[in-house]
Ligand binder design. Structure first.
Ligand code: FES
Length: 125
């Protein structure tokens, strides 16, 4: 279990070594998520058009280790963009990956950039 979780670490823009192209803007649903694969990792990508922003995080929900966050509901809590896991509704900030229910779980988040209608996610490896 821990081994799987260890693959996922938050990446800030300064730490990006690889901008990995994951598709074009039109490949992603508006105000919803999709899942892509980078190496062995599953990454959830959200086109949050209501906020005019993109977010990416691990697809793995740390609660029961389910690969489901791309199917979660996005929204905001006091203007913090968030995703709620579809299984038991634990909620995570898409900005820093913290758990918004005050629990210990947290998720890795990744920077996203759009260039010429293409979507890139930043990784540190
Ligand atoms: S598996 Fe995500 S909240 Fe339980």
């Amino acid at each position: 279990m821990q081994q799987i979780l260890d693959q996922y670490n938050t990446v800030t823009e300064n730490q990006v070594k690889t901008w990995f192209k994951v598709g074009s803007v039109s490949d992603f649903p508006e105000n919803g998520g999709a899942c892509i694969k980078y190496k062995t990792r599953q990454i959830a990508v959200y086109n949050f058009t209501r906020k005019n922003k993109w977010y990416a995080c691990q697809n793995l929900c740390p609660h029961k280790m389910e690969m489901v966050l791309s199917r979660g509901m996005i929204g905001d809590l006091n203007s913090v963009p968030k995703v709620a896991c579809p299984m038991h509704k634990k909620t995570f900030s898409l900005e820093d990956g913290s758990n918004l229910n005050g629990e210990d779980y947290k998720i890795a988040v990744y920077p996203v950039k759009i260039e010429k209608e293409n979507v890139y996610i930043g990784f540190s490896d």
